[in-house]
Design a protein around this ligand. Structure first.
Ligand code: GLN
Length: 485
């Protein structure tokens, strides 16, 4: 059961081969046994999960089940879930019990009938690429426990890779679904900005944040995405579009597909082993009938610098709400109100979060706003225009997800710029608001390599199709780490 796809699990539940309570218990037992070592979950609540599973079993018995009713899933701890502790990886929210459901959670629990197994570890406020900034400690990559799983959705990635959950939610502001998926041999999708509601998803950089699915395959991601999308009047950037069934295009043949290869993604800066695996994927796509087109994204080298102005600027504003008054951590001892604010924030936030608040406040300040923030916004437009031009000559864009495989815990934590460069291929997608995916395409030095597929706006169906056909022709995504049984 633990290695089955979501479709197979749905079949097993539908034919009463197993109940949701039994299936959920199986995963909860694995979490109890393996999580102390992996640290993928920060909160597990067996009673709540089993109650949801019993409700799902009742729906299955009554014949009112949806496609995924009764299937267990892990939730990134950035999504508020009513009655569940929701920490966002921070001491600031270490004791925060969410009083309401994020829209994504509401849809998954109440409409789809999925069963949450718990909340997964993450970089503090989703700021990081290694899960090392979490207040709850580093997460270990199940492929090599001395290495990071990536971040910020590192707990979700490690949970699926160790088969503590069949699938999970993630969020992606600059690569946080795609990069951990790549480093843990998973498939993950960041949808077009505005497709998945951000209501109840704790805000990092609101113009970039987007929730999405993580799983073992494109098909699993398509099924999960179906439960997450839809217009939400409670998110002002939610898009009012007809809801699609993302599984409907999976089987389309790829003959005639034009795949763009950005020359900037195939130059120096990428490890040779990663490049070799990506080149292997290109060959496979040619066999499947696709043609390769060389394209250029001339401003892509500016994506990391522009992002590290825009994201901290938005973060400094979003995180101002954590003042120790309304909710969150409050310093135990203080003199006056100002002192209470200062001590609560000084004690409640970790180092990386403080760095970003400082940078953000600086680039927004009088005298620097034009030089930094406004300039970064102009670059953002140029980067988006590069993609508009590129999609004139191709249907999807392919390249590496990350320049390296999973690095050692501690290897980059002392050098923020090195850490920021792990997102060099993923960030432009968020700046442009486009959909992007990562999927397994081989191994280098025994560690998984992810390739990235970037689609035009609202082209999730095509991205999933392009990924699914590749996964029918290859078995990289079916490989599992040793020693997790
Ligand atoms: N690693 C990037 C950052 O630290 C992206 C994180 C994310 O997508 N949430 O901001």
């Amino acid at each position: 059961m633990i290695n089955k796809s979501l479709k197979e699990l749905a079949q097993a539940l539908g034919t009463k081969q197993i109940s949701s309570v039994e299936l959920s218990t199986l995963f909860l037992d694995r979490i109890e046994r393996l999580n102390p070592e992996i640290n993928a979950f920060v909160t597990v609540d067996r009673e709540k999960s089993l109650k949801m599973a019993a409700d799902a079993d009742a729906r299955i018995a009554a014949g009112t089940a949806g496609a995924l009713t009764g299937i267990p899933i892990a939730q990134k701890d950035i999504f508020c879930a009513e009655g569940w502790r929701t920490t966002c990886g921070s001491k600031m929210l270490a004791n925060f019990i969410a009083p309401y459901d994020a829209t994504v959670i509401r849809k998954m629990h109440h409409e789809a009938g999925l069963v949450s197994l718990g909340k997964t570890n993450m970089d503090e406020f989703a700021m990081g690429s290694s899960n090392e900034t979490s207040y709850f400690g580093a997460v270990k990559n199940p492929w090599d426990r001395e290495r990071v799983p990536g971040g910020s959705s590192g707990g979700s990635a490690a949970a699926i890779a160790a088969r503590l959950a069949p699938a999970a939610t993630g969020t992606d502001t600059g690569g946080s679904i795609r990069q951990p998926a790549g480093l843990c041999n998973l498939t993950g999708l960041k949808p077009t900005y505005g497709v998945v509601s951000r209501y109840g998803m704790i805000a990092y950089a609101s113009s970039l944040d987007q929730g999405g699915p993580m799983g073992a395959s494109a098909e699993d991601c398509a099924l999960l995405l179906n439960t997450m999308v839809g217009f939400d009047e409670r998110d002002s950037t939610s898009l009012d579009r007809p809801v699609e069934d993302y599984t409907r295009g999976l089987e389309q043949p790829l003959a005639g597909l034009r795949i763009g290869l950005p020359k900037e993604f195939f130059g120096e800066g990428c490890d040779a082993g990663v490049m070799a695996a990506v080149q292997g994927a290109i060959k496979e796509y040619e066999k499947l009938g696709a043609t390769m087109v060389e394209i250029s994204l001339p401003n892509s080298h500016l994506s990391v610098p522009a992002y590290y102005v825009i994201a901290p600027a938005e973060a400094s504003s979003n995180l101002s709400r954590f003042d120790g008054v309304r909710y969150g951590y409050r310093a135990p001892e203080y003199g006056n109100l100002d002192d209470m604010y200062m001590k609560s924030r000084a004690q409640g936030f970790g180092g990386e979060v403080k760095r970003r608040i400082l940078i953000g406040a600086y680039v927004l300040s009088h005298g620097y706003y034009d030089a930094y923030y406004l300039q970064a916004q102009r670059i953002r437009r140029l980067i988006a225009n590069d993609f508009v031009a590129a999609f004139q000559s191709c249907d999807v864009i392919l390249g590496p997800t990350s320049p390296t495989t999973a690095f050692k815990i501690g290897e980059k934590s002392a050098d923020p710029v090195q850490m920021y460069l792990s997102d060099i291929y993923t960030i432009a997608v968020n700046l442009a608001g486009l959909p992007g995916m990562s999927l397994p395409c081989g191994f280098a030095g025994g560690l998984p390599v992810g390739m990235q597929l970037i689609g035009n706006y609202f082209d999730e169906t095509r991205l999933l199709n392009v990924a699914h056909r590749y996964q029918q022709a290859t078995d990289w995504h079916q490989r599992r780490p040793d020693g997790i049984a």
